[in-house]
Design a binder for this molecule. Sequence first.
Ligand code: BT5
Length: 250
Amino acid sequence: MRPIVWRVEHFDEIDSTNTYLTTKVSEDAPEGLVAIADFQSSGRGRLDRQWESPPRASLLCSMLLRPKLDADRLQMVVACVSLAARAALVRLSGVRPQLKWPNDLVVGDKKIAGLLAEVVATELGFAVVVGLGVNLTYQGPEGVNATSVLDESGLTIAPRALLDLVLEEIEPRRQQLSSDEGRRLLRGEYQRALATIGQRVRVEQLSGSVEGTAQGVDDSGQLLVDVDGETRTFGVGDVVHVRPTESGTQ
Ligand code: BT5
């Protein structure tokens, strides 16, 4: 597979870099288009939640990918970008976050970054817009258990420097997505980085909640949970929240 050619567009201010790239998909924008903003006036989280940051206090970016994957494997694209963000943070700041399935980077139990993946079906296959927000000097909104790279390392990192490293770290993982052996390796890296594995979790679905112990992820990045001795699989689309149970260890 050819390496991706990244093309980065910078905005001083935008509503949401994810919204921007989602619109670009319908204009047939190529894979590798990236948007980065100093400030988002309507930054978005999952399920209509908000993503907040004052100007230039976070990395706020989105990238357009067109993976040749079945739709049910798209969580592995999120895994690629999450692992790339983690690796870039380690290289630049020494901060080593863990991943919280499905879309958070955490230090201990504090959120340092979040991802928002949105899938657009096109005639050419699926396009995925993956948004990434990393708190660089901003500690997150009032009342939210969050942290920043500055808090964790004492370092002030430039958003663009972090973005460049994230993009560099995505490429080898993107290559892995295209072979069985590569996907096996990627799944291994994903499982090792996931703080969720081994925890008692409560999975909240629209239909109600179930408790069990997170065991791992399958090839598609879905969460495997032991519920009373039976392994059950949960996809991102079905899950409202996965949180440690009160009796579980963090
Ligand atoms: C996420 O959603 O964590 C996905 C965040 C994705 C943000 C990026 S920024 C660039 C791109 N463009 C966008 O518009 N979005 C993406 P979720 O798991 O739903 O978490 C949202 C919740 O996190 C909110 O309801 C708040 O409680 C909390 N939150 C908001 N801002 C935060 C921050 N800066 N740090 C930590 N937590 C935050």
